[in-house]
Design a protein around this ligand. Structure first.
Ligand SMILES: C[C@@]1(CC(=O)O)c2cc3[nH]c(cc4nc(cc5[nH]c(cc(n2)[C@H]1CCC(=O)O)[C@@](C)(CC(=O)O)[C@@H]5CCC(=O)O)C(CC(=O)O)=C4CCC(=O)O)c(CCC(=O)O)c3CC(=O)O
Ligand SMILES: NC(=O)C1=CN([C@@H]2O[C@H](COP(=O)(O)OP(=O)(O)OC[C@H]3O[C@@H](n4cnc5c(N)ncnc54)[C@H](O)[C@@H]3O)[C@@H](O)[C@H]2O)C=CC1
Length: 218
């Protein structure tokens, strides 16, 4: 109980088009692969045998399956490495090689061999709920993630999309900030939460008209 608990630094990675190496082809690797593909990664999978789902994804060309055991040099050219084999010595080799190349590596069952860990994740449109427990309680992370995600209602997703649209249309500055805050937690947000979309949009339209007539670009 006295072992120091790491203080993790959470980030959201943009993996679109980036080369990611995943070693291992069991159930754990399958979960990792689906999440990486959802994020748009260019995924290479190294494993002598894989699950049906992974084989199907490889058959469809969604990932590049190298059907053999891991070999030294396999991490070359990748930006991120994840390993989920059932062989601790192989995991150790991969971690050593990845770190020597300055790559970030995750090992599914060994926190000591992780430069980053994976939180429990749930998505609602552009909103992501992610809970980490610094490797202490993954089952609790899942439990809390479900509880927290249950608080995200459809109007929050609408609001996030609307905010994204407004941020693209309106110039930066205090006026835009104020409007977006009202949308998130002020009168406009309250109307959306109550299901009074028509009133919220009418108010927003009036607001945008004033914006135009005041000469600021929209
Ligand atoms: C460090 C980390 C490494 C990493 O990044 O992979 C890690 C490590 C380990 N997990 C173990 C066990 C379990 N893991 C889960 C579930 C999840 N584990 C996930 C992440 C992480 N697990 C990272 C830290 C996350 C954090 O900080 O909270 C989740 C959140 C995300 C994901 O994996 O995608 C996913 C939930 C996904 C969801 O939302 O559904 C369950 C629950 C279950 O499966 O029912 C159990 C059984 C209960 C238990 O043992 O606690 C063991 C012991 C293995 C053994 O005993 O053999 C180790 C190794 C060790 O701790 O030594
Ligand atoms: N969330 C977490 O962090 C958890 C992690 N684990 C751990 O994750 C690991 C993987 O779990 P599963 O997918 O269930 O295992 P699994 O036994 O179903 O799959 C292991 C995979 O590794 C591949 N493999 C073995 N040697 C290899 C090598 N030299 N090169 C490339 N691939 C190789 C096998 O072909 C197979 O596809 C286990 O060690 C397990 O203890 C387990 C539960 C939770």
């Amino acid at each position: 109980m006295t072992t120091a608990i790491p203080v993790d630094y959470p980030i959201c990675l943009r993996l679109e088009g980036r080369r990611v190496l995943l070693v291992g082809g069991g159930a754990i690797a399958e979960g990792r692969a689906l999440a990486l593909l959802e994020a748009g990664a260019r995924l290479q999978l190294v494993a002598p045998s894989v699950t049906e789902v992974l084989a199907k994804l490889a058959g469809e060309g969604r990932l590049d399956w190298v059907s053999r055991a891991y070999e030294d040099g396999d991490t070359r050219g990748h930006t991120l490495v994840l390993t989920a084999t059932d062989d601790a010595s192989v995991n150790q080799r991969i971690v050593t090689e990845a770190r020597a190349r300055g790559l970030w590596v995750n090992t599914a069952d060994e926190p000591e061999l992780c430069d980053f860990t994976l939180p429990s994740v749930e998505r609602r449109g552009p909103i992501t709920v992610a809970v980490s427990t610094a490797g202490q309680a993954p089952a609790l992370a899942r439990h809390l993630r479900r509880a927290l995600a249950s608080h995200i209602a459809p109007h929050h997703v609408l609001l996030a999309r609307l905010s994204g649209w407004l941020r693209r249309q309106l110039p930066r500055g205090p006026r835009r900030q104020q409007l977006l805050k009202r949308l998130a937690e002020g009168d406009l947000g309250v109307l959306l939460a109550r299901g009074e979309q028509a009133r919220a949009f009418a108010r927003l339209r009036t607001e945008l008209k004033h914006w135009k007539s005041s000469g600021e670009p929209t």
